[in-house]
Design a protein around this ligand. Structure first.
Ligand SMILES: [Zn+2]
Ligand SMILES: [Zn+2]
Length: 189
């Protein structure tokens, strides 16, 4: 069994949080980490008590949904609310932060931004991160990590292919199936 890396562990957490998003335009998750401990997490959604975009549609002004607060902001504000220092912390986000979140991340004293996907990476945000000495690093999530039944599935498919082979399927067809199964189930950590 392969041991999951810290980067993959925290990034997986952000992807799980993104599943809680209530805005249909983009689902984002953010996890703030200090000394390898998760201190806060957030996703993009409405202010507590307000209606959800998923229920009533987005509130769009100038091509942006203004109803939601971004995942990174939610995570930082959770630290403010419950008194957890963000100085020298790291943040794991599913998407490269927008300009507003970039500024908040810098002011919160966060030192490293790990992001899974590029997202309209603003040149000014990149400049600001550089100026502030905030490191940015792309960490793509290995999707196999959150598939808890991966090994079971692989064993099941291998068994099926074995049976097909016994029942006289051609070698080429069997080889193609093996290749496809490996593509689908093999971890590439
Ligand atoms: Zn929305
Ligand atoms: Zn943002």
């Amino acid at each position: 069994m392969e041991r999951i890396s810290w980067n993959q562990y925290f990034m997986a957490q952000s992807h799980l949080l993104a599943l809680r998003s209530t805005c249909e335009r983009l689902a984002v998750g953010a996890t703030i980490v200090r000394d390898k401990r998760i201190i806060a997490g957030g996703y993009n959604g409405s202010i507590a008590g307000d209606v959800h975009c998923a229920d009533v549609g987005c509130y769009v002004i100038d091509h942006h949904c203004v109803r939601t607060i971004h995942a990174e902001m939610n995570a930082i504000l959770q630290c403010a609310k419950f008194g957890a220092p963000t100085a020298d912390a790291e943040i794991y986000v599913t998407h490269f932060p927008c300009l507003q979140c970039c500024k908040a991340i810098i002011q919160a004293g966060i030192r490293t931004v790990y992001y899974a996907k590029d997202y309209k990476n603003h040149p000014y945000a990149i400049d600001l991160f550089e100026q502030a000495g905030v490191q940015t690093e792309q960490v793509e999530l290995d999707e196999m990590i959150i598939d808890l039944k991966n090994q079971e599935k692989l064993a099941f498919v291998a068994d099926l292919i074995g049976k097909l082979s016994e029942s006289g399927l051609s070698e080429t067809e069997i080889r193609d199936m093996h290749e496809k199964a490996n593509q689908l189930f093999t971890s590439y950590v």
